[in-house]
Structure formats: structure tokens, C-alpha cells
Design a protein. Structure first.
Length: 353
């Protein structure tokens, strides 16, 4: 991919008045005032004999040593996970359904059983790529499960918007701990609280017979003391900025809150330029992660400032290393990074320099 040409097209797509907008447009909650859901198990195990055997094995392992080695810790964690499965029972049917289409009623059913998704896979158009499920695919799967979906909905949204795709890619890089940003140990621990990240999450419409709402992203996050949080992240395009659509979004957000979801809205146009900063702003608000400001050493407040020092052409952070710090353009000779001033360039320009 030609990163300079890709950046040029992305910049041209953004109206001038939106270039200095905030990345996080709205948040109904935060890590300081979350909506918490209890994850209590049922009063009796689904498989009592298996559960009793596993509990005995866990007690024996825990009695062996107060400081087990790493392999022992892994084995103990696996036994505890198997014990939970023995208590809850099989969720194979729910697992298969989640793979096809994720929806509110299924999530509530799993919550009632005390067995929520944990890195469950889902169907995508391009397996192996971190892309969201398209609207048309989600609606088709929903119709097959019995949802009322008007025919015109099945023909729309054959492709996700560019901003939605970029935001989901960045989100999966964070959720799977694949990005290379220098986050603090505390923030890495907070990322491990993310149990599930999914796209195209269906929520029933308040109007009987109407097609369900489709949230762009659903984050299931572990809370304190056997609780979880359900975070809806919406990647808003430019059409959300007019007064009529903003009023509609407010009504929809209030409805989602009543159903137990926290709602966060980010700028889709910023996601076309720097999706990692967009997701970083969301996670700072939602999880209280504080090291993003220092992790993003290049973070201008205006999209038009994303310009390469070397070639003076637009930049985007399509991947976490597409914007590179460079020292050669301001100083001659060999200077250490500590002694020289940094400028920021395309990765492509740095490689060619």
C-alpha cells in the first residue's frame, strides 16, 4: 500500500470545519461512573459430579504450594475455568449463535447464566483480517434467526465505512495486545480486563416490528467484584453532526442506557486519520487509561497538522508505526536521541531517507 497516496485521499475526504473537532464526541459514562452488571452463577451446578471432582483437584493443587511455578499456575487456572464450565453447563449453542450474529437477548441470557463471551470468534467477510461484520451480513444473519428485517436493509451496507474499518482494526490491536505503544504496566493490566470485543451488535428497536439497532462495537469489560460492563462504541460519520441526527442519537443513547449499556461516540473522520488515537481517547474515558498521552508522541489537535516534515505531504497513522520519529532532518552528524530534536515523518520517508 502506498501510504502517502492513502493519506492524501483520507485528508481530502474530511470537510475543513471538522479538522479540529474532538476525537471523543460524547460519553454517557466513564470509568468513574460505570454501569455494573453482576455475574452471579446459578445456585446449583449443571454437572455436580464433574464440578465436585474439579473442586477437589483445585484444593489439592492449592495446598501443594503457596507459590506454584508458572506451569502450575496455568494448570490451576485451567482447572478453575473447567470448574466454571461444569457449574454453568454447555454454552456451545450460544457460542455458535454469537459467531453468526451478536445481539442483546443472547447477551442477557449468557449474563443470567454467569458465562459471558471471552474472546469468542465471530463471522467476518475476510477471515484473518481485523474487519467488522458488515451491516448487510449482520442483518441477513439476524433475519435467519427470526428478527424482522425489511428487505431494503438486506441490500444496504454491503461494505463498512472506511472509518469503521480503521477504528475496528485499531480496537482489535489494543484488545489483543498487539500494538507497540509504550503503555504503563497499570494500563496493560486494564487492557487485560477486556473480555470481548465484537462488531455489529444488535439491540432490539423500541418500535415493535422495526429492524434492530446495530451498534458499531461492543466491548465487554471485567468490573470489580464479579461484575462486568457493556460498552457500546459508535463510530459517527459526518452525517451525525446535523441537529436532527444528533437529537435522534440522544434518544437512542438514552434507550441503550436503560438497557444497561454505556455509550461512547467518536469521530469517524478522525478514525480515517488516526484510528489508534481515537480508540486511545475512548479507552482513556472508559477504562481510565492514563499513559496514552505520553504513548502518542505525535498528537496534534488538528487533522491538517498531520503533515510529514520530510516531504510536506499529509500523514495518517494507518498502523501503529506509520508515523515515525526522525532526527536526521534537523541535525547533522551522529547525535543520540536524548541530545537531538525530533520531527515526524512518514514511515515510507524514513525508510527512503
Amino acid at each position: 500500500m502506498d501510504e502517502i497516496e492513502n493519506a492524501r485521499r483520507a485528508h481530502l475526504s474530511i470537510p475543513g470545519p471538522l479538522a479540529d473537532s474532538p476525537l471523543l464526541l460524547n460519553a454517557t459514562h466513564s470509568y468513574q461512573n460505570p454501569i455494573l452488571h453482576k455475574t452471579e452463577l446459578s445456585s446449583t451446578p449443571a454437572n455436580p459430579e464433574v464440578f465436585a471432582k474439579l473442586q477437589a483437584m483445585i484444593r489439592d493443587r492449592e495446598a501443594e504450594s503457596h507459590e506454584p511455578d508458572s506451569m502450575g499456575s496455568i494448570s490451576l487456572a485451567q482447572m478453575k475455568m473447567q470448574a466454571t464450565k461444569a457449574w454453568v453447563g454447555s454454552v456451545e449453542q450460544e457460542h455458535d449463535m454469537w459467531y453468526r450474529v451478536r445481539h442483546h437477548d443472547l447477551l442477557q441470557s449468557l449474563l443470567a447464566r454467569g458465562s459471558l463471551p471471552f474472546h469468542w470468534p465471530e463471522r467476518v467477510e475476510n477471515p484473518g483480517l481485523s474487519e467488522p461484520q458488515t451491516l448487510s451480513s449482520a442483518y441477513k444473519e439476524a433475519r435467519d434467526l427470526g428478527f424482522a428485517i425489511p428487505e431494503q436493509f438486506l441490500e444496504a451496507g454491503e461494505r463498512s465505512s472506511y472509518g469503521e474499518k480503521e477504528a475496528f482494526y485499531a480496537a482489535t490491536e489494543f484488545a489483543e495486545n498487539r500494538c507497540t505503544f509504550d503503555l504503563s504496566d497499570i494500563d496493560h493490566a486494564k487492557m487485560r480486563e477486556v473480555r470481548q470485543l465484537s462488531s455489529s451488535f444488535l439491540i432490539p428497536n423500541w418500535r415493535p416490528g422495526a429492524a434492530p439497532f446495530v451498534a458499531d462495537q461492543l466491548w465487554i469489560v471485567q468490573g470489580p467484584e464479579e461484575t462486568v460492563r457493556f460498552l457500546v462504541l459508535e463510530i459517527d460519520g459526518e452525517h451525525h453532526m446535523n441537529q436532527r441526527n444528533q437529537k435522534r442519537d440522544e434518544q437512542r443513547d438514552a434507550y441503550f442506557i436503560d438497557l444497561g449499556y454505556e455509550v461512547y461516540r467518536v469521530a469517524g473522520w478522525w478514525a480515517r486519520i488516526d484510528p489508534f488515537r481515537v480508540i486511545g481517547d475512548f479507552l482513556s474515558q472508559a477504562l481510565g487509561m492514563t499513559s496514552f498521552k505520553s504513548a502518542f508522541d505525535f498528537a496534534p489537535g488538528n487533522i491538517r497538522e498531520y503533515v510529514c516534515f520530510a516531504c510536506n505531504k499529509p500523514m495518517v497513522r494507518w498502523d501503529d508505526n506509520w508515523i515515525s520519529a526522525d532526527y536526521r532532518y534537523l541535525h547533522e552528524g551522529d547525535l543520540s536521541e536524548e541530545d537531538s530534536e525530533r520531527v515526524f515523518v512518514h514511515r515510507q520517508c524514513q525508510c527512503e531517507g
